[in-house]
Design a protein around this ligand. Structure first.
Ligand SMILES: Cc1cc2nc3c(=O)[nH]c(=O)nc-3n(C[C@H](O)[C@H](O)[C@H](O)COP(=O)(O)OP(=O)(O)OC[C@H]3O[C@@H](n4cnc5c(N)ncnc54)[C@H](O)[C@@H]3O)c2cc1C
Length: 333
């Protein structure tokens, strides 16, 4: 099979530059409006808040399974970055009020949500929700939150954080007075809404057109099962059909609607050289995976993928040694 180089440095640099431009874009607002009356510390605090907010918006892009970026960096790497950049976002967003409180303790009065103006209340709500999002992500298991519940909670919290922070910025008004400033925020907001529409509406519709059905369920060792799927309409995948590379995985959701929030990732355990039918070998845990041995033949499956960068086709070397543990790992054949 020909070697495919997807980690092209130029494209990766282009995406990184775009990411930085969007992340730092709102800084222009805090720098242009340098009011001598507000001073360095207020401007620094505002700059931290703005960059934190745009990075928070960009988190949706990183988690959105956007095909182009995933092809360049690999979805696994993007999701790891998505998790790690949260620390910088938290630092910037918490720094925003803390700098103000340290610079002028009178700002502490804004924490009195019962009497504070609406602009401060939205800010407090946004920061508290961010703290909840971080705590429930780090200690999800300790808090006994089921993954499926956490996933929905995570999306809702992230959306509310961005919306309340945007309302806070708009109510302050200071940095969005000029038409071009308004236009910048409108563009940012529209971009984030478009991502939401793409991820939650357009892609599920495409997945519905390219849905699969269960054609076999086989028992494996230690309670694991292998399910085999075939496309309901093979023509929907175009002349080349469905393709994946050994080592990749897909998110699947069985039955119901393609708009479901919870998809589960599984590695392809069938050969990449005959992708007309795909197989996943699944070990039972407590949730969805425990139901896999009882799946009925003909059940509809929505498949989001293929994803994953850990493939021989995407990495250049004279030879490879793979050391793997777990279920569903497939050698290249
Ligand atoms: C890239 C990748 C490839 C994988 N390939 C395989 C495979 O080939 N075979 C296999 O048996 N398992 C595989 N897994 C693990 C599998 O996705 C989880 O075991 C499964 O989603 C658990 O679902 P559940 O509802 O039964 O989980 P639960 O019993 O509710 O939870 C078990 C644990 O699984 C994780 N988990 C649950 N739901 C998800 C989700 N939607 N996305 C990510 N993690 C989740 C959580 O850490 C959770 O604590 C893979 C995971 C990843 C990230």
């Amino acid at each position: 099979m020909p070697q495919r180089r997807s980690r092209t440095p130029a494209r990766a640099a282009g995406w990184a530059a775009l990411y930085l431009t969007i992340a730092l874009g709102p800084l222009i607002l805090s720098l242009i409006q340098l009011d001598p009356g507000r001073g360095f510390w207020v401007n620094l605090s505002v700059a931290a808040g703005f960059v934190g907010l745009s990075l928070m918006g960009l988190q949706f892009v990183l988690a959105a399974h956007t095909v182009r970026t995933a092809r360049v960096f690999g979805l696994d790497l993007l999701l790891r970055f998505h998790r790690q950049i949260t620390w910088l976002i938290a630092l910037l967003i918490f720094a925003h009020p803390i700098i103000l409180f340290l610079w002028d303790p009178r700002f502490l009065a804004l924490l009195d949500v019962a009497h504070a103006p609406a602009r401060a209340r939205f800010a407090v709500v946004s920061v508290v929700l961010l703290a909840v999002l971080i705590v429930t992500s780090i200690w999800r298991r300790r808090l006994h939150i089921r993954y499926a519940v956490w996933q929905v909670m995570h999306s809702v919290l992230a959306t509310l954080i961005v919306v309340t922070a945007l309302v806070h910025v708009l109510l302050i008004g200071y940095y969005v007075d000029e038409p071009w400033e308004k236009a910048l925020w409108v563009c940012y907001s529209l971009a984030f809404v478009s991502i939401g529409v793409w991820v939650r509406i357009v892609r599920p519709i495409l997945r519905w057109r390219r849905r699969w059905r269960v054609v076999a369920v086989e028992n494996e060792a230690a309670g694991s099962s292998t399910i085999e799927l075939e496309p309901v309409d093979p023509r929907s995948f175009g002349p080349r059909g469905f393709e994946f590379e050994a080592g990749q995985y897909a998110w699947i959701h069985v039955g119901g609607s393609p708009f479901a929030m919870t998809y589960h990732p599984f590695s392809f355990s069938s050969s990449a050289q005959s992708p007309g039918r795909v197989r996943f070998t699944i070990k039972p845990e407590q949730g969805f995976t425990a139901t896999v041995p009882d799946l009925s033949l003909g059940s509809v499956v929505y498949l989001d993928g293929p994803w994953g960068h850990l493939t021989m086709e995407r990495n250049d070397a004279n030879g490879f040694v793979f050391i793997a543990a777990g279920v569903g790992v497939r050698p290249r054949c």
